[in-house]
Design a protein. Structure first.
Length: 198
């Protein structure tokens, strides 16, 4: 596990209430439905699932959904409050056999990953995703910077749309759709990309 990942986990474990009772645990239906539309099959991995709201939504839509996260408190909350399966796991080292998922959903999970480590994560996604499987990701669009609160040691990684597309293409994904959207609770713009493993 990366040192900076440990700092991220500590933050979310300490601040879990803020991410289970506020605007943070909202299903972005317009975006996730664009991912769902492209999935062929029913086995979906929700990476960095947080409190489990997206896994719950996918499960209610009829998918065999597994949410993974490295925050013990988030996984515990998800198991108690939402439908779907949940497991404590590091997305740098996915504990699955090859080619078993029809889709991978990763909403905001790459926000706290250094760009130098992104290819490793995408290779892990490629390894466990079936050929022709669907990947849906949401990442923050690049701006000058996000300032964290005092004692917030998380890193915040932002991307230009073309930049994140190039990462995906390099790792054998074909872009199906790519868009920038706003999430009303803050002034950050976000990028949704839906891609297929070639």
């Amino acid at each position: 596990m990366k040192k900076y990942t440990k700092d991220t986990i500590k933050f979310y474990d300490k601040n879990i209430k803020a991410y289970t009772t506020s605007h943070s645990a909202v299903v972005l239906k317009s975006q996730i439905n664009k991912f769902i539309k492209e999935v062929r099959g029913d086995k979906i991995l929700d990476v960095a699932c947080g409190p489990g709201h997206d896994t719950n939504y996918l499960t209610k839509k009829g998918f065999d959904s597994l949410g993974i996260d490295l925050s013990k408190k988030m996984i515990s909350y998800a198991k108690k409050n939402f439908k779907g399966k949940f497991k404590l796991m590091d997305f740098f080292n996915l504990k699955f056999q090859i080619n078993i998922f029809d889709g991978i959903w990763c909403s905001s999970g790459l926000t706290h990953v250094k760009k130098k480590d992104l290819n490793k994560i995408l290779r892990e996604f490629s390894r466990v995703l079936k050929k022709g499987g669907t990947l849906g990701i949401i990442v923050p669009k690049a701006k000058k910077r996000i300032l964290g609160k005092k004692n917030d040691k998380r890193i915040f990684t932002m991307f230009h749309k073309k930049e994140i597309e190039e990462y995906l293409i390099k790792n054998k994904f074909k872009i199906i759709s790519s868009e920038i959207f706003s999430y009303t609770y803050n002034r950050i713009k976000w990028i949704l990309i839906v891609a297929k493993l070639t």
